[in-house]
Design a binder for this molecule. Structure first.
Ligand code: 1HN
Length: 364
């Protein structure tokens, strides 16, 4: 007679065989057991496939100029090198992070990047430009200078031109991975290469220049900022005033969000844009937050410690910080300020009640 113990083991074997057969039958009816996936579906803390990375301008710029020799703007539609996250599943979707797209675009003298529009919203943060480079958005030419932030929101017609003698190069930021996640993208070409110009150059920049005086001639724009170009000269003036006033936060140094003048909220519903300045030698407090971020170094050099590893950056480099990664910035110069432009989907996270942040212990 078998002992109680053996009987028990036989019972287990029979059970596990039955369970295996049962599990094997489930895909055939289009179901799966939640109990095997629950911990992945509802992690204790946010998880992400994104990894930190620094795209070095000293490497990207020559590669982009080479593209200028090999591919015309006409052939390319947009001559851009995408800044892809090293994680293949993210890169496959054009992701710099899971929810953000960034690229570096080149328009050579005399070229036109023809007019089109799409549901995905975009901005340009200008890296190199001489007088005569511009983007036209819904009938307004926005002349572009280094440091300018130029918006091409959801479904606005936009084409780029360069009547200067030098290449124009900028950082593109888009919400493409997010819009495509929602399967909500549409695209359409304008009937001509260039759209019709219907407004004076820099119309919206001039109209909203005060920042607290809104023109009553214009319709209230709640979702997308009506301002096309946020010029660097004004940004720099604001940064300087805040630095002089001592308006610093221990986490970000002096920081501003670019806003929609009608709402005071983000410039676009899907993209939030920021600019910050750090004093010489400043080492910020560490933080983690749910939205991932892409940073672009407008000025200076230094490093960012991300989840315990230090990532060095130089002027004009671009780097990403994944969701919920601890990060703190260090201005590596003892004499010069460092200025970082950055963008996130913060407005999306906030509106969906998904935004969380924590200020934490420094790692370095
Ligand atoms: C786009 O339309 C532009 O208009 C730049 O300059 C980058 C990346 C993905 C999809 C559309 C542009 C883009 C893009």
């Amino acid at each position: 007679m078998a002992s109680a113990d053996t009987t028990h083991q036989q019972g287990m074997a029979a059970d596990s065989q039955q369970l295996e057969a049962y599990l094997g039958s489930l895909p055939g009816i289009g179901v799966a057991p939640l109990w095997e996936s629950l911990a992945d579906l509802v992690p204790v803390e946010p998880r992400t496939p994104d990894v930190p990375f620094v795209w070095r301008y000293a490497e990207v710029r020559p590669a982009l100029l080479r593209a200028g020799e090999l591919v015309s703007a006409e052939e390319a539609e947009r001559r851009v090198l995408m800044l892809l996250n090293p994680t293949p599943s993210v890169a496959e979707r054009g992701g710099t992070t899971s929810t953000l797209y960034a690229g570096i675009q080149l328009v050579l003298p005399g070229e036109v990047a023809r007019a089109h529009h799409h549901v995905a919203s975009a901005f340009r943060c200008v890296i190199e430009a001489s007088d005569g480079a511009f983007t036209t958005v819904d009938g307004e030419r926005a002349m572009m200078s280094p440091g300018d932030l130029v918006l091409t929101s959801n479904w606005r017609w936009h084409d780029h031109g360069n009547d200067s003698d030098d290449p124009i190069i900028w950082l593109d930021g888009l919400d493409v991975p997010l819009v495509n996640f929602f399967n909500a993208n549409f695209f359409e070409l304008y009937p001509d290469q260039r759209q019709k110009i219907t407004k004076p150059d820099n119309f919206s920049t001039d109209l909203y220049i005060h920042g607290r005086l809104n023109p009553l001639s214009e319709p209230r724009a709640d979702k997308h900022s009506p301002v096309i170009n946020y010029p660097w000269r004004e940004t720099e003036r604001a940064l300087r005033a805040a630095i002089d006033a001592g308006a610093e936060s221990p986490v970000d140094g002096v920081i501003f969000e670019y806003t929609n003048p009608f709402t005071g909220g983000s410039v676009m519903p899907t993209l939030s844009c920021f600019v910050q300045a750090m004093r010489p030698g400043e080492h910020t407090q560490a933080r983690r937050r749910t939205p991932s971020a892409v940073y672009h170094v407008v000025r200076g050099s230094g490093s960012t410690i991300i989840d315990g590893s230090e990532y060095r950056w130089e002027e004009k480099d671009t780097f990403c910080v994944p969701t919920w990664a601890a990060h703190e910035h260090i201005n590596g110069s003892a004499s010069d300020e460092a200025v970082l432009f950055s963008f996130t989907n913060q407005a999306v996270y906030t509106s969906l009640d998904l935004y969380r942040e924590e200020v934490i212990e420094r790692q370095g």
